[in-house]
Design a protein around this ligand. Structure first.
Ligand SMILES: Nc1nc2c(ncn2[C@@H]2O[C@H](COP(=O)(O)OP(=O)(O)OP(=O)(O)O)[C@@H](O)[C@H]2O)c(=O)[nH]1
Ligand SMILES: [Mg+2]
Length: 392
């Protein structure tokens, strides 16, 4: 790539604007490459299925449309450019007259989805919801779960029993123990209060259990669906952090290998390519759509192409100053430096994405002077950490 000849103080000798576009193309590609995840949610009417889905996954599938009836009682929710499909057994009742018909609709739908043999079509996990208030609990439901999870049953889709609206600890505990004691072939029983519960007199029970449920669903999924699940779920920051740690680790290894034979800075396009791919993959984990100016600011700050300084020094010169990285000033990057830069960029970017995910920082704020200072401090902190870790 050619140098832009801009006023970026272009240490890396890269086409900076081209790098930003490249990063954007990789974000689009990374999102496009996600496998489709299909989850079926079963439970009687009013048990809290829609509430659970809306609090577990980003995008309000139920409200934003994209609903198609699959059978009389099963609706399929999906959205364009969103790799999640929900099969919702709306209006599900399990009384003697309708149970046979409903059960058939469910098993037929699961079988039909499996038939194509494509991962993108199969139903990957069933969330079977039961109201945690045990007075509404019926033997018939246990029988149905038992049938769904029976070893001899051909479907073999993992089933998680979710005890919904679990505001009564007492009832929930009793029902939980009872179901656990039945030795059903289920993946887990999880108690969830998806939204805070308000009693009269101002008493509130905070939501809980969504992170545990997220972790249990994650355990049931094949490896090729983990990136999708990290992208669509919004209940667990921990799961996103773990997924990012894997991406950073792989990118750091790749960067080290690329610079195994010390790399002339002039050839750093290889390294920058690895880093933009890493940023794209981390972006995909969070399912956000960063603006071009945000990506531009992150890249220019972390690559030190703005000439901006923190504590009076540019970030790149912070690396150049350390012994062993002296070769950098001679125009070469060795494996340790390549790995340190990649790790620092990956960790800083994950932290910013996390702050946005937790609502501690808005994407707009990132583009103000104070946002930029914050970004700079974060990146600098990560660079220093890497320097210390590698004992430069
Ligand atoms: N506070 C609180 N209310 C809940 C929770 N889950 C469900 N509800 C309430 O229970 C009612 C029914 O919830 P839905 O999510 O619509 O139930 P559903 O299973 O989708 O019902 P159908 O679509 O008719 O099958 C709504 O008024 C929800 O607000 C929860 O975790 N906390
Ligand atoms: Mg509903």
């Amino acid at each position: 790539m050619q140098q832009t000849g801009s006023n970026y103080g272009n240490f890396w000798n890269i086409d900076f604007l081209g790098t930003i576009s490249d990063c954007f193309s990789k974000i689009t590609e990374s999102e496009r490459n996600l496998n489709r995840l299909n989850i079926m949610i079963i439970g009687k009417s009013g048990v809290g299925k829609s509430t659970l889905v809306n609090n577990l996954f980003r995008n309000d599938l139920a409200k934003t449309g994209g609903v198609k009836p699959v059978t009389k009682n099963i609706n399929r929710y999906s959205l364009p450019n969103y790799p999640l499909t929900i099969y919702d057994s709306q209006g599900f009742e399990l009384n003697k007259n309708t149970q046979k018909n409903i059960k058939k609709q469910i098993t037929d739908t699961v079988s039909k989805c499996l038939k194509s043999g494509k991962t993108d079509d199969a139903i990957h996990c069933i969330l079977y919801c039961i109201h945690a208030d045990s007075t509404r609990f019926e033997q018939e439901e246990i029988r149905f779960i038992s049938e769904l999870t029976n070893e001899s049953f051909a479907l073999r889709v993992p089933v998680i029993v979710v005890l919904t609206q679990a505001y009564s600890k007492n009832y929930t505990q009793q029902l939980h123990s009872y179901i656990s004691g039945l030795n059903l072939n289920i993946a887990a029983v999880v108690d969830v209060l998806a939204e805070p519960y308000f009693f009269g007199g101002g008493q509130v029970i905070d939501r809980y259990g969504l992170d545990t449920l997220t972790s249990e669903i994650n355990k049931t999924l094949n490896h090729d669906l983990l990136k999708t699940f990290a992208n669509v779920q919004k209940a667990s920051a921990e799961l996103k952090i773990n997924q990012c740690a894997n991406i950073i680790k792989a990118s750091v290894t790749e960067a080290g290998a690329a610079a195994m034979t010390p790399l002339p800075v002039a050839d750093s396009v290889i390294l920058i390519g690895i880093e933009t791919k890493m940023l794209a993959e981390i972006t995909t984990v969070f399912g956000t759509s960063p603006s071009k100016s945000f990506i531009s600011m992150f890249l220019s700050t972390s690559l030190g192409t703005t000439g901006a300084t923190v504590g009076g020094r540019a970030l790149v010169s912070a690396l150049k100053l350390v012994p062993g990285v002296g070769s950098l000033s001679a125009g070469m990057i060795n494996a340790s430096v390549a790995m340190a830069i990649t790790a620092a960029m990956g960790n800083a970017y994950t932290q910013i994405m996390l702050m946005i995910f937790r609502g501690e920082l808005s994407a707009e704020e990132m583009e103000t002077q104070s946002g930029m200072n914050k970004l700079f401090e974060l990146i600098d902190e990560q660079f220093v950490k890497q320097k210390n870790r590698l004992n430069f």
